[in-house]
Design a protein around this ligand. Structure first.
Ligand code: G3H
Ligand code: ZN
Length: 289
């Protein structure tokens, strides 16, 4: 099976993006992997520090390895939003394919210095691991927020992107281009959508010349996502949309069987609900496949 680096190169040639979906339990993992297999496209499974803690680091690594062998399909594992070198080292040692090393909350120079050190340390353990760095401010929390934070001053400039990539040697860059973590209530209800700065993405891509990740994909306007891919986005992160689908599916399973207590009769509703969202996002990212 090809590695994540090859899959990224292929996606760039094909003008598509790889879907990255966060999973915090087996329901989400089962749904995401099934959606990828149905459409026969690569998927990246992401686990943040909190999701890793709940799932278990070795447990999620073993499950993804097993799924990969079983289906012989491109399913990759990413240590999402890792805020310390110690946690990143743990994930590389556990066999993760990629690490999002996220020090974007620090001043730029500190972020550059520590990310560079992390790239060197992580590649010394596994030269094939891909390291993503983050700059700019896109807010925190894949949750439903009461109001939108003002992120306008934390947008990434093409010059910063180039300086960061050249100084740190990250494999992948996550910029701030109008994206935001989490969703507003109005987005969950489908009344508003996130909009992206497409021109900025294109300029960052031509300055930085590395694969780009779009974080905070949930609730983003479909046409903006298509344009963002054409402008140079290679990976798109979706989390909150899956969490909303997980909850709705669970509620449906419980509502339809008010006296049921058997998990394997209730949880398939959640799997189906999450799978539908993951499949529809994957379809869009892969040229409306
Ligand atoms: O790393 C995770 C993501 O960036 C997800 O953001 O919850 O807005 O989809 P989201
Ligand atoms: Zn993110």
């Amino acid at each position: 099976m090809q590695g994540l680096r090859d899959a990224l190169e292929q996606s760039q040639k094909d003008g598509v993006a790889i879907g990255h979906f966060n999973v915090g339990d087996w329901v989400l993992l089962k749904a995401v992997s099934a959606a990828g297999q149905e459409l026969k496209v690569p998927v990246v499974v992401g686990v943040s520090e909190g999701e890793r803690e709940f799932f278990g680091l070795a447990e999620i690594a073993a499950l993804v390895r097993r799924l990969r062998e079983e289906c012989d399909c491109p399913i990759f594992l990413n240590a999402d939003h890792t805020h310390s070198l110690a946690k990143a080292v743990e994930a590389v040692r556990a066999g993760f394919d990629a690490i999002v090393f996220d020090l974007s909350a620090l001043p730029f120079e500190q972020n550059v210095r520590q990310t560079k050190e992390a790239v060197e340390a992580l590649k010394a353990i596994n030269p094939d691991v891909l390291v993503e760095g983050e700059i700019g401010d896109i807010g925190t929390g894949s949750e439903i927020h009461e109001e939108a934070p003002d992120l306008s001053r934390g947008l990434t400039s093409p010059a910063e992107a180039k300086q960061f990539v050249d100084s740190t040697a990250v494999d992948i860059l996550a910029p701030a281009v109008g994206n935001m973590h989490g969703m507003l209530k109005s987005m969950v209800q489908g009344q508003t959508r996130k909009r992206l700065d497409i021109q900025r993405i294109a300029e960052i891509k031509s300055a930085a010349r590395v694969p780009l990740t779009l974080h905070g994909g949930s609730g983003t306007d479909d046409e903006d996502l298509r344009k963002a891919i054409a402008a140079g986005i290679n990976i798109i992160h979706i989390n909150t949309e899956l969490r909303v689908a997980w909850r709705r599916g669970l509620e449906e399973g419980l509502a339809q069987q008010p006296h049921e207590v058997v998990p394997y009769k209730i949880l398939p509703f959640a799997v189906e609900s999450v799978k539908n969202v993951a499949r529809s996002r994957l379809s869009l990212f892969n040229g409306d496949k």
